[in-house]
Design a protein around this ligand. Structure first.
Ligand code: XUL
Ligand code: MN
Length: 344
């Protein structure tokens, strides 16, 4: 089947199985091994956190960061793999305990911005203009501890400094409503696109939708896709799945709700996603129970499910659906979708 889609994952998607209640269940794999697997299972690009690209980044000089970025760029070129985006990991350091761009401590806010500038330099060095901001610690555990109005200004100021640092960089905000925060400041695509308008160059601030994050916000990821695309602002995508309102599960695409996954693929198709080079990334994790020898199955399976649902989206009888819609016979439209997905 001919299609425009290119696929991507990050090194963190080959994770070791630790959770808040228990240690890893698989030994850590090297970055080179992960890179080597990528092409073998039909993927085209890798996404990075800044410290996936340059480990222990905070301990390194600018010259060392530049050197390691150049070396990584060469390894990617040798493997025929593109870097899709780089995201500053602003949730690990002691400097981001109380937030990064919205910390109450100006020294910590300065750290977050300096680190984001370095992240942009790495992205440039790896040949991508896309920075992803998952604003992990920008929100509140205790509402009275922060001034949410001031935090909007701080977020805009931080994004403005990133835009000023590199005239070509594009910033895609990845909203998530909670976890680790109780309540995040930018929980939905609407919030991401609204804050883009307050920045110095709204055209360079867009969004990344993650299926699980939209579900955690009580929204339908397909509608979030259509909304972002209506603004021409869907610049990346983290497909995965989520079984209801609980911790972020990062399940294989389609594994909790095949119909929701089908509707995401339909939304991508009708918006021509991928035709300007946007990638389909799977932000999925192996189950904790996964054995070492099955370590890549969640990535392979997510891509297989995507392609199977693409075939389903393309073979959906649109003419028949139109007749049912015109007759307001949503009852049979519902059954038609189910039977199409069941293959009967
Ligand atoms: C967190 C999440 C991150 C971002 C990248 O829920 O999805 O992995 O995608 O920082
Ligand atoms: Mn994600």
């Amino acid at each position: 089947m001919k299609h425009p889609y290119k696929f991507c994952f990050g090194p963190w998607n080959i994770s070791e199985g630790q959770d808040p209640y228990g240690p890893p269940t698989r030994p850590a794999q090297s970055f080179d091994w992960k890179l080597g697997q990528l092409k073998k299972i039909g993927y085209d690009a890798m996404m990075f956190h800044d410290d996936d690209a340059v480990p222990n980044i905070d301990e390194k000089s600018d010259a060392q960061v530049r050197k390691e970025t150049r070396e990584l760029k060469q390894r990617l070129a040798d493997a025929g793999i593109a870097a899709e985006m780089v995201a500053p990991r602003l949730w690990f350091s002691p400097m981001t305990i109380d937030g990064a761009y919205t910390s109450n401590d100006p020294k910590c806010r300065r750290y977050a911005i300096d680190r984001s500038r370095r992240c942009i330099d790495i992205a440039r060095g790896l040949g991508t203009d896309l920075i992803v901001l998952w604003l992990a610690r920008e929100g509140s555990y205790l509402r009275e501890s922060k001034n949410a109005r001031k935090c909007v200004d701080l977020l805009v100021a931080a994004i403005d400094q990133m835009l000023a640092h590199d005239r070509k960089v594009r910033i895609a905000i990845e909203p998530k409503p909670n976890e680790p925060m109780d309540v995040a400041y930018l929980p939905t695509i609407g919030h991401a696109l609204a804050i883009a308008q307050l920045t110095r160059d709204p055209k360079r601030v867009g969004a990344l939708i993650e299926s699980a994050h939209a579900i955690l916000a009580g929204l339908d990821p397909a509608d979030e896709i259509d909304f972002a695309c209506a603004f021409g602002k869907l610049w990346s995508l983290h497909l995965n799945d989520q079984n209801g309102l609980k911790f972020d599960q990062d399940k294989p695409f389609g594994s909790a709700n095949l119909r929701t996954a089908f509707n995401q693929v339909r939304a991508l198709e009708r918006n021509g996603y991928g035709r300007k080079g946007e990638l389909v990334c799977f932000d999925v994790h192996p189950f904790r129970t996964t054995k070492v020898e099955h370590w890549l199955r969640h990535l392979d399976n997510s891509r297989r499910t995507f392609l199977a649902l693409l075939a389903k989206a393309r073979s959906f009888d649109e003419a028949k659906a139109k007749v049912l819609i015109a007759d307001r016979n949503y009852q049979d439209l519902d059954q038609m979708v189910l039977e199409h997905l069941m293959g009967i």
